[in-house]
Design a protein around this ligand. Sequence first.
Ligand SMILES: Nc1ncnc2c1ncn2[C@@H]1O[C@H](COP(=O)(O)OP(=O)(O)OP(=O)(O)O)[C@@H](O)[C@H]1O
Ligand SMILES: [Mg+2]
Length: 1064
Amino acid sequence: MDECGSRIRRRVSLPKRNRPSLGCIFGAPTAAELEPGDEGKEEEEMVAENRRRKTAGVLPVEPNDSEVDMFGDYDSFTENSFIAQVDDLEQKYMQLPEHRKHATDFATENLCSESIKNKLSITTIGNLTELQTDKHTENQSGYEGVTIEPGADLLYDVPSSQAIYFENLQNSSNDLGDHSMKERDWKSSSHNTVNEEPPHNCIEQPQQNDESSSKVRTSSDMNRRKSIKDHLKNAMTGNAKAQTPIFSRSKQLKDTLVSEEINVAKKTIESSSNDLGPFYSLPSKVRDLYAQFKGIEKLYEWQHSCLTLNSVQERKNLIYSLPTSGGKTLVAEILMLQELLCCRKDVLMILPYVAIVQEKISGLSSFGIELGFFVEEYAGSKGRFPPTKRREKKSLYIATIEKGHSLVNSLIETGRIDSLGLVVVDELHMIGEGSRGATLEMTLAKILYTSKTTQIIGMSATLNNVEDLQKFLQAEYYTSQFRPVELKEYLKINDTIYEVDSKAENGMTFSRLLNYKYSDTLKKMDPDHLVALVTEVIPNYSCLVFCPSKKNCENVAEMICKFLSKEYLKHKEKEKCEVIKNLKNIGNGNLCPVLKRTIPFGVAYHHSGLTSDERKLLEEAYSTGVLCLFTCTSTLAAGVNLPARRVILRAPYVAKEFLKRNQYKQMIGRAGRAGIDTIGESILILQEKDKQQVLELITKPLENCYSHLVQEFTKGIQTLFLSLIGLKIATNLDDIYHFMNGTFFGVQQKVLLKEKSLWEITVESLRYLTEKGLLQKDTIYKSEEEVQYNFHITKLGRASFKGTIDLAYCDILYRDLKKGLEGLVLESLLHLIYLTTPYDLVSQCNPDWMIYFRQFSQLSPAEQNVAAILGVSESFIGKKASGQAIGKKVDKDVVNRLYLSFVLYTLLKETNIWTVSEKFNMPRGYIQNLLTGTASFSSCVLHFCEELEEFWVYRALLVELTKKLTYCVKAELIPLMEVTGVLEGRAKQLYSAGYKSLMHLANANPEVLVRTIDHLSRRQAKQIVSSAKMLLHEKAEALQEEVEELLRLPSDFPGAVASSTDKA
Ligand SMILES: Nc1ncnc2c1ncn2[C@@H]1O[C@H](COP(=O)(O)OP(=O)(O)OP(=O)(O)O)[C@@H](O)[C@H]1O
Ligand SMILES: [Mg+2]
């Protein structure tokens, strides 16, 4: 796409003063990006949805199956015009507070401590744990009576395990909270775990000694570079009093050393010798940073062997598979750092969910700052398309599956795909999961087809048919069974616990009888003995209870608390009060009544019904041990690093479907995370009737993963073909067929679709797209016998492709927008909101007719006119509300869509999810998903309209609407919320503490933040500051790059060649 063109559009489309940020208002996250497993739907619905998808086959699916974000931010209209940016920069500099003078440049912070190299030592805590367990067992028999919850017949309901805990409590010092905290801290700094590899496996490379000489050698180069940078900055900001960053001398010297080491490493890599740099070809500083930031001192043996594989050294594609918590991420990160620092290429890391992307951004920003590369977020509403071209430093893009796809598309379109040196895919097994899997497959297939130099690395704990994947990715395979913390698997049937034992005849052996004392009431309320099981662990250790549905999570949390002794209330009482206070703050004074009852006991539910703010807060409280029990849905499975001594699966079901082996492995894999826990165990509770199926579950191999490219018709193969042709990757039938041969589907076609050949499928899909008016076919007669079919994209096709519109809806969208032009009501936002309410959410909506009627009656005449234009009359809703028969046929989809628009409209007016949730009697998590889904779809519709002349009028309107929907908060909080990990609640706190802009945050002192902001941990504070520094630096760099671009003589300038030859 023409860059100038897009710039002009951007400038027109957004007033610069209020612009939220460079490239950040495009497309809020889809439900799929946001939530593992349940994709934001009720679990039951999810299953139904899956079924619908399966039955869709290769026919177009019903228009209710959309994830709108696959290409959401593509060709963004980001307002990164130079004038707007310089103006903005000027403004920001003018606003700099006094204390800015004292602040240090982001590069000056000295985070690297030399002492770290020698500091960390290995401690074993196994003995202590044993000791404690013994003590528990010893005390068990001696226990009698504890203080119990009020309510007469509950007096004897406390299981013996609780009693032991409280007896210990009474015996030990009163300061239990501190004690357990110490224990946690201590645990997290110890790295030797029960079955950890002995130290001889580990790599200890000598430190570089000649530090001083290398510092002297390169410091002048460094200064030269810095002065060019300063010069540019000055030129850019003119008289705007730009402050030259203050560089500390020691920092400069350290940077010099690092860049020297990088040069050596670069040469090593270039010479492809086996002689590795100080730390896997990387500067020794990387090793120090891992010790400092992550507490990782030595690599596991497998990590070393994997990194030194010949195939890895030769940059071949690689798939590796290890059990959960095996430490897969570190290997990928080292390879990414090699690529960024030594090979000087950009890197894309694809992770499954927004929350995991954000966690990674926070974790790697400090590495970026220390080592000099950018960490850029491509998730939810963040990300710039095409990405900024960097002058010197390289970028690490961390993306969700959808945003990763958009990014690759935009790199292909702008001819920059070769700048991507490495693509890492975490949780590679997701390639076999629905439309998200299809999107991942398309992304990888496009990279394989268009770039011969981009290396692909995929990892997972749950892969079975690796050969297929290897064939698709042309990759080597590495695997090991290593798990640093042993995970013991148990099953519970009635009151017996069995250990999963692969050597035993039926896969399990008797372990113990549950030792508990249950009253009749408790037996009735808790037939599965959950209270007994959790109280063996909490509150000193953490426990996750996976439940089949959201409602069940809440019920179980409440039930457990009902039977917990009052003593639990005392554990970390103050901290728990803080959590409640903070939850109230972020909910504008509202607090979920269930959480209100459970948090005092250290218990909370965790599912997609929580708002993101609540979720973040609860996770933090759980990580720090303030909360000790989460009842959760599968939303907490893949890749999550939370402490859990014990994971309990309340039933072998997810919603109503029986658990798959992959899901089971991912869930139990949350127990015993290295560096957090030293032991891990899982208990699956089952009923007699499920015994046979469970025995199969624990013994059978993992499920194979299969391509969904063709099954997900409109979101799979059709979208793929449209983009192949739109991006000119392949435009004729032969090339497209050739491309299809290289896909994962191509590898598995014979298994997946026996009755049709790949050629037939390709021809059929192209024909379908042509008939739908999205493609046009040109027949070229090459000779008398030879005919070639070329395809080009139509305007509607391009609009759908640029807008990432699910092809099932593109003609409906066109029709609705066209109809809107006939009489768009602009007196309020309602009509526009209606036009951007996602189609795929409509089918799941069941209006409460009384509420509908009430809301309708409160509308102004102009607003009611919107309903009339859409064909929804007050009398219709009135009749529905009073249960009368309806004579006239009314389009149900329109009525439901309008109802959702009412919800959104109210939300935009009131900006308080809680009151809207109450008004419409909908869960707040659902409302938030509706909002983010609509923000995303609104940006998609905008891109759709940008490609179609007749919709020019919508463009300006939708820019503003997208912004309103994306943030739905007061404008002043937007700059703070751009920083990864800062959500609305935190932004409010920071704002009222005086941190009003990105610069304030980037220059903040984490220690001061911890003191002044409630419930902010040191780790969080550091991450916020690092992320803010990274973002600020990125923005400044982007402006500098634009300045260079502007000052550069165009290559096609008349006489440019002649004059440069003259000069020479
Ligand atoms: N060499 C090491 N020494 C100590 N701790 C390590 C080492 N490597 C990784 N870890 C720690 O182990 C924990 C689990 O690692 P990681 O998240 O990479 O697991 P994983 O293999 O990706 O598991 P999953 O499949 O569940 O995502 C992390 O907290 C990580 O910091
Ligand atoms: Mg992982």
